[in-house]
Write a protein that binds this ligand. Structure first.
Ligand SMILES: Nc1nc2c(ncn2[C@@H]2O[C@H](COP(=O)(O)OP(=O)(O)OP(=O)(O)O)[C@@H](O)[C@H]2O)c(=O)[nH]1
Length: 951
């Protein structure tokens, strides 16, 4: 917009239709800061007054045509309000009528500005006063509220013009425009009506019937937004309604709206207040001559909206409201709004705050926990116990310089660092705390009752252990054994003629069962060392003696096979001396007895000695307590599931008892004695098969009855985790371990999958296989277990190209099918000797034949000649053996090999010869053109023989 544009009387060109000109225009130059100025075209329009039908008004005829060009504001012309102020403007009009239009406009503007300033000043003073009062209100809010309201009411006459704009419109233009005030309200009404509260405008259609056709047309102007109104109001008129007498600050009108007072008592005061403000706003914010009449009010709307902003902010920000800061709203006595909010909204706000801040924060509040830390724990488990994120722990450990993963096990000290770091309390526990307390306290004397002795028979292979036991039991076990040797521990209880009982444990004699034998010694009271009279002491006999001594168990020497020819019992006794076993006959304290298992000689004497020894031991146990025992043997029975042979040490084991055995738990489903009979209970020293286990335990595992299943599961779980931790615990790296690892890497791996019928056999086989390993080849048992060969065994073996060793077990149909498909080899055995021999042969075959070197002859190199295309020839003196053509040869200088190859040619006095013996001279050339030959070097010829390797 330019000044030149302003000079063009565009508004005048688009004068509204009418019989006579109702709008007068003029220019007002406005000055702003920074030297800016603006020229505004000001039009003065006569206000239209709607009158009731029948009311005498000579100006009606004029009003109709004037109202037409400003239809936008028409809806805001409520008839009742318009009529009320009508009488007032008359004298004002008369006073101003003497001035020229320009003078009047200038004067009006000046006065309006003055009035506005006065009003602002007045407002400021009022605000200050209100602020002071507000402070008092804080102290005694309830009491002062009434007074505050009274004071707030005081400025209402100023606010009044806002809610009642219509009279203003009518009053102001009247003197300027024409004696007919009726048509004017439309444009002037627009800014007021478009002010923040559109309600009056929206209500405008109600009086529409009164202005009849003229008012009905602009009905779409109910919105405060000027845009939609603009089209129906084309005349770009900036209306300036003014009343120098009451230039009430228009800006307060929106604030006062919510509590619209009753109609102002003075009809003149109300319109006068609104008019100048509107004029001023219109003049400053919408100076464009091209602006429509509705645009002008838009500026007014923006200006009017300014004071409303604090109110909006107040609604959002509680702090502002509660801070006691005086806002325009409060200054104007808007105490009601604050009160209304303080009751309901404040309550909601408090509730929201409580929910929003109190709730979650309390939930997130860090809980300090008592973290129970065992001797070794995984990072993940520790995180769980601390209720922290595992990743946080890993991060903390990383910061401590320990790069670990969640599944890695850390020791108690490291765990303590973490627990402290995270602000929890540490409770150290040892394995004993976690596990079942091994009740080492002896039972009370009065509870102890005599029990049967547990006798273990030990001895070298085939010395007749099983035969002796068989003789004692009166049953034939020997025939049932594969290969004629005992494969695993058998436990039997023999009832003697005097009803007394003896429990026998038959341990295998083969060296592979050393571990099992050691276990047998641990649970036994007496050891019977079987020594064949014809064979004497053998390695396993000596080993059995060592185990017996280690267990601190008394021994009875049974010299067996005395019926055999060549039996020499005395020799056995003498030989035992070298093992520090001095039998009674030799003046010692170890009982000995000559027996024959097959001829049943000396059996009674043996039993007598056992009973005597048992008496000396005073074997007693408390049968009236929860059972404790030891696993003698365990296996996975196809029909019955996991089965463990338990020797009850003390207490009585009953069907239905809940127990923990090693890393397994369970409830006794059935008890089977050594004769295959189901029994209800088993007292101390009684071997019994237990059914109802969760898995196959290890031979030698402790068996304990516990109070409930939960505890049983907990302990079993703990024991399993300990086993896992031990297995997965990372071995600290050292130079030695690194070198040994390198060494191991060089060795060929011979993978195997081992399945056997019992746990003890599995251990024995695995132990024996590991012993076969050498530096060159290492047997690696990928998996070992009890029970038949399953699909998973085959899959594992197939993945590694390993054969499956089945000892007394066979694959199921599915496993066979997969094995056939994946070309997995099964090797079945029922004698451990055969198994080990074959594995040994297989491992040797894997290594291939072994090269053996045999030196054939040696010679000293005396001279070196040039041999043309053959490089150099050496003149030799054969010192040892002979030198032959095509033999492998090596030349050493100061015992360091400098050449290795073959003899290409052999000559003696220019003749090619096949062989030159020791003491003779000859000349040789070598297969490769070796030239670095010097007199003084030594030649060595040798043959290489490939032999089958043995391990
Ligand atoms: N003549 C004679 N032969 C016996 C006697 N006791 C055992 N035998 C024989 O010795 C062989 C081995 O007997 P076993 O009872 O199997 O020997 P073992 O010590 O139990 O053998 P393993 O179970 O392999 O440890 C059998 O052929 C028996 O018949 C005996 O008192 N006299």
């Amino acid at each position: 917009m330019s000044d030149t544009d302003n000079e063009k009387p565009k508004l005048g060109m688009r004068a509204p239709l009418g019989v006579k000109r109702t709008v007068e225009t003029g220019q007002v130059k406005q000055s702003f800061s920074h030297g800016r100025s603006n020229t505004v075209i000001v039009e003065t329009k006569r206000a239209r007054v709607l009158r009731r039908p029948g009311e005498p008004d000579v100006q009606v005829a004029d009003a109709a045509p004037v109202a037409a060009p400003a239809p936008a504001a028409a809806p805001a012309a409520p008839a009742p309000q318009a009529r009320a102020p009508q009488p007032a403007p008359a004298p004002v009009r008369q006073q101003q009528s003497n001035l020229s239009p320009q003078e009047r406009q200038a004067k009006l503007l000046r006065e309006a500005e003055e009035q506005r300033m006065n009003t602002l000043e007045e407002g400021r003073r009022r605000q200050e006063a209100e602020r002071a009062k507000a402070i008092e209100d804080e102290r005694n809010r309830v009491a002062d509220r009434a007074r505050a309201e009274a004071e707030a009411k005081a400025p209402k006459p100023v606010e009044a013009p806002a809610p009642a704009p219509a009279p203003v419109v009518e009053a102001a233009p009247a003197p300027v425009a024409a004696p007919t005030p009726a048509p004017a309200p439309a444009p002037v009404e627009a800014p007021v009506a478009a002010a923040p509260v559109p309600a009056p405008v929206a209500a405008a259609p109600a009086p529409a019937p009164k202005p009849a056709p003229v008012v009905a047309a602009p009905a779409p102007a109910p919105k405060p937004a000027p845009a939609p109104v603009a089209p129906p109001a084309p005349p770009p008129i900036i209306e300036l309604t003014r009343d120098p007498a009451f230039p009430a600050p228009r800006r307060f009108s929106p604030v006062a709206r919510p509590e619209r007072p009753p109609p102002p008592p003075k009809p003149v005061a109300a319109p006068a207040a609104a008019a100048p403000t509107t004029a001023a706003n219109a003049g400053t914010t919408a100076p464009r001559p091209g602006a429509t009449g509705v645009n002008a009010p838009a500026g007014g709307i923006r200006r009017d909206a300014v004071p409303a902003r604090p109110q909006q902010r107040d609604r959002k920000g509680d702090d502002r409201r509660t801070s006691g800061k005086l806002t325009v709203n409060r200054a104007l006595g808007d105490g009601d709004g604050a009160r209304a909010r303080s009751l309901a909204a404040l309550k909601r706000a408090r509730e929201k705050e409580r929910r929003g801040t109190g709730g979650p924060r309390e939930a997130q509040a860090k809980q300090i926990r008592d973290v129970v830390v065992p001797e070794a724990i995984t990072v993940q488990e520790l995180a769980n116990r601390m209720a922290e994120k595992g990743a946080d722990l890993v991060k903390a450990l990383f910061k401590m310089g320990m790069p670990v993963t969640m599944t890695q096990t850390i020791d108690q000290d490291t765990a303590e660092l973490l627990v402290t770091e995270f602000g929890h309390n540490l409770t150290r526990v040892s394995d004993v705390d976690q596990d079942l307390a091994n009740d080492t306290i002896d039972d009370a004397e009065e509870t102890l009752k005599p029990r049967a002795p547990v006798v273990t028979i030990m001895g070298h292979v085939d010395h007749g252990k099983t035969s002796l036991l068989d003789a004692l039991r009166g049953t034939d076990v020997v025939r049932g054994e594969a290969g004629g040797i005992t494969q695993h521990i058998g436990a039997y209880q023999v009832t003697l003629k005097d009803k007394s009982k003896i429990t026998f444990l038959d341990t295998p004699g083969h060296e592979a069962f050393t571990q099992m034998r050691a276990r047998g010694a641990d649970v036994t009271d007496i050891v019977i060392l079987v020594v064949a009279a014809d064979d004497g002491l053998m390695p396993q006999t000596v080993e059995a003696i060592a185990h017996t001594k280690a267990a601190g168990v008394p021994m009875i020497v049974a010299i067996n096979k005395i019926d055999k020819e060549g039996a020499n019992a005395q020799k056995v006794r003498e030989r035992l001396l070298s093992e520090e076993i001095v039998v009674e006959d030799m003046g010692g304290d170890v009982q000995d007895v000559e027996v024959s298992a097959t001829k049943k000689i000396g059996l009674d004497a043996l039993i007598e000695k056992i009973q005597l020894q048992a008496e000396l031991l005073e074997l007693r146990a408390n049968p009236d307590r929860a059972a404790e025992g030891t696993v003698i043997e365990a296996k996975l029975d196809k029909g019955r599931g996991p089965v463990a042979t338990i020797l009850v040490n003390r207490g009585t084991l009953r069907v239905g008892d809940i127990f923990v055995v090693g890393g397994e738990s369970g409830k006794v489903r059935a008890l089977v004695d050594d004769k295959g009979k189901q029994i209800k209970e088993a007292g101390p020293a009684r071997p019994v098969e237990v059914l109802g286990l969760s898995g196959v335990p290890q031979a030698g595992d402790p068996f304990q009855v516990v109070e409930n299943e939960a505890r049983a599961r907990e302990v079993a779980e703990y024991r399993r985790s300990v086993k896992t931790d031990k297995r997965t615990a990372s071995v600290p790296a050292s130079l030695e371990s690194m070198f040994s690892a390198l060494k191991e890497k060089q060795a060929i791996e011979y993978p195997l999958v081992v399945k056997a019928d019992t746990q003890g056999t599995v251990e024995a086989i695995v132990g024996a296989i590991n012993k076969i390993s050498t530096d060159l080849i290492k047997a690696r048992v990928l998996s070992s277990g009890v029970g038949g060969i399953t699909e998973s065994d085959v899959t594992l073996a197939a993945a590694s190209g390993a054969p499956i060793i089945g000892f007394n077990v066979r694959p199921n149909a599915k496993a066979r099918e997969i094995a056939e498909r994946q070309k997995v080899a099964f090797k079945y055995y029922d004698v451990i000797y055969d198994l080990i021999d074959e594995i040994r042969a297989g491992m040797a075959g894997e290594l291939g034949p072994e090269a053996f070197e045999t030196v054939v002859g040696r010679a000293d190199i005396r001279e070196v000649f040039s041999a043309g295309k053959h490089g150099k020839a050496a003149g030799l003196l054969v010192t040892e053996g002979n030198i032959r053509k095509a033999l492998k040869a090596r030349i050493t200088r100061n015992d360091v090999i400098i050449y290795q190859g073959e003899i290409a040619s052999l000559r003696r006095f220019k003749d090619d010869v096949a062989e030159v013996r020791a003491g003779l001279e000859c000349g040789v050339t070598f297969t490769s053109n070796f030239v670095d030959i010097k007199a003084g070097d030594v030649l060595e010829t040798f043959e290489v023989e490939m032999r089958e390797r043995t391990l």
